[in-house]
Write a protein that binds this ligand. Structure first.
Ligand SMILES: Nc1ncnc2c1ncn2[C@@H]1O[C@H](COP(=O)(O)OP(=O)(O)OP(=O)(O)O)[C@@H](O)[C@H]1O
Length: 401
């Protein structure tokens, strides 16, 4: 077996490296080339790079393509740039806008990994005869006793990106490799210097790549003018407390900027898109114990629909910034539902609930789904007909991965 768990010599193993122009994927290309693999770099142009050049933190844009090309030149490997702008707009940006408009908090990086990177790019890799598609994600994949590959948290818990990769399918996992899963970022940068890569000190991308400086509300208003529909700010007890100029400006857990004066401290606890209402309430109203999931992915043993009647003990993350927490996963009437051992605040529809086999540092990903509905524990809403309990993240920041 070679270091990529394949039964042939490295030079006979064709590897496509997904090169973003950042330090991580550049090091992957350098490492694999150094180990003797037949490496080809592919960079996807994902959106209008003219608009994004010079924007700090933007990936997949003009400067990054240039950086990827320079790294490939330095390593002496073939490098292709593929125009995936239309595909990215339709599969990632449009879905992001629609989901936001529906009062959800989507994670475009999950969609991008699932569709563009691991479906489309993988097809391209197969077309050019690759055995492996390697990326710079900080996750680990290892062979399981039954011969399948499993997806595990990265050795560096601060860098771990499993939250964004839970929707990877088993066939994709079988072809993917993540050579940085066992490394820290410092080690990666050291390797970049060792290989003389110009990107060794390139800064980390922080924002979602197509959302300049976190200004997602402006982007969504541009894409969907109806996003500026004004509406009421309503207390969970039914009182109308004020007006707002569009629900996309609000996130669950938000306390500031509500424009409400005096009285008890109030938080945004839900967004009711059909009624254009921002629902506010006391902090206790943010608490959630049960989470229903849709669009389930499963790479654990068996099928999630065949879970035992009393459920499966797992650990879950309902936000990228939280550590896995104990929970029980049930399948009830064909719907996956997670019961958290300890209630969490600000569970947001549209975010992912990622399911692990334990809460340990190198836990294995079993699957996950999109958070569909988060009934709030207390106090019971007295708002007529509002049952959906839509929640968005407390910190108002969008996760990227
Ligand atoms: N535009 C792209 N073209 C090809 N591959 C990409 C592109 N964007 C991201 N990737 C792949 O997905 C991985 C994770 O992407 P992410 O956006 O999280 O980048 P990152 O963690 O900043 O890594 P890097 O330092 O390589 O940019 C990258 O390491 C790379 O392998």
């Amino acid at each position: 077996m070679n270091s990529l768990d394949l039964p042939m010599a490295p030079r006979e193993t064709r590897v496509v490296v997904a090169m973003s122009g950042g330090v991580d994927s550049s090091v992957v290309a350098a490492l694999l080339k150094d180990q003797g693999y037949d490496v080809t770099g592919v960079t996807l142009q994902l959106y209008d790079h003219g608009a994004a050049v010079h924007r700090k933190g933007a990936c997949c844009a003009g400067q990054d393509i240039h950086d990827a090309r320079r790294v490939a030149d330095r390593l002496g490997i073939p490098h292709y740039v593929l125009d995936y702008e239309d595909r990215f707009r339709e599969a990632v940006i449009d879905r992001f806008a629609d989901s936001y408009l529906a009062g959800e908090t989507p994670i475009p990086c999950v969609e991008c990994n699932r569709t563009v990177k691991f479906a489309d790019l993988m097809r391209t890799a197969v077309d050019i005869g690759a055995h492996v598609l390697a990326t710079g994600h900080y996750v680990s994949s290892r062979l399981l006793p039954d011969g399948r590959r499993g997806l595990f948290r990265a050795a560096d818990p601060d860098k771990d990106q499993t939250y964004f990769l839970y929707a990877t399918t088993q066939p994709q996992l079988d072809m993917l490799r993540f050579p940085l899963g066992g490394m820290t970022k410092t080690q990666t940068r050291d390797l970049a210097r060792h290989y003389g890569l110009a990107v060794a000190d390139k800064s980390e991308s922080q924002d979602i790549c197509f959302v300049p400086n976190g200004g997602y509300a402006d982007l969504i208003r541009k894409l969907r003018p109806e996003a500026a529909t004004p509406g009421d700010i309503v207390h969970v007890d039914g009182r109308v407390l004020g007006r707002h100029d569009g629900i996309i400006r609000f996130t669950v857990g938000q306390r500031r900027g509500l424009g409400l004066s005096g009285g008890e401290p109030l938080y945004v606890v839900a967004l009711d898109a059909p009624r254009a209402q921002v629902i506010v309430g006391p902090r206790e109203a943010l608490l959630t114990r049960r989470v229903k999931l849709r669009d389930m992915s499963w790479i654990g043993e068996g099928a999630w629909r065949d879970l035992p009647a009393d459920g499966l003990e797992v650990a879950v993350r309902v936000r990228s910034t939280r550590a896995p927490a104990p929970a029980v996963l049930h399948c009830r009437d064909g719907v996956a539902e997670v019961e958290l051992a300890v209630g969490e605040e600000g569970v947001a529809p549209g975010q992912a609930c990622v399911i692990y086999d334990g809460a340990g540092p190198e836990a294995r990903v079993l699957g996950g789904g999109v958070i569909n509905r988060a009934p709030r524990e207390a106090p019971a809403p007295r708002l007529e007909g509002r049952q959906d309990g839509r929640l968005t993240p407390a910190n108002g920041r969008l996760a990227r991965g």
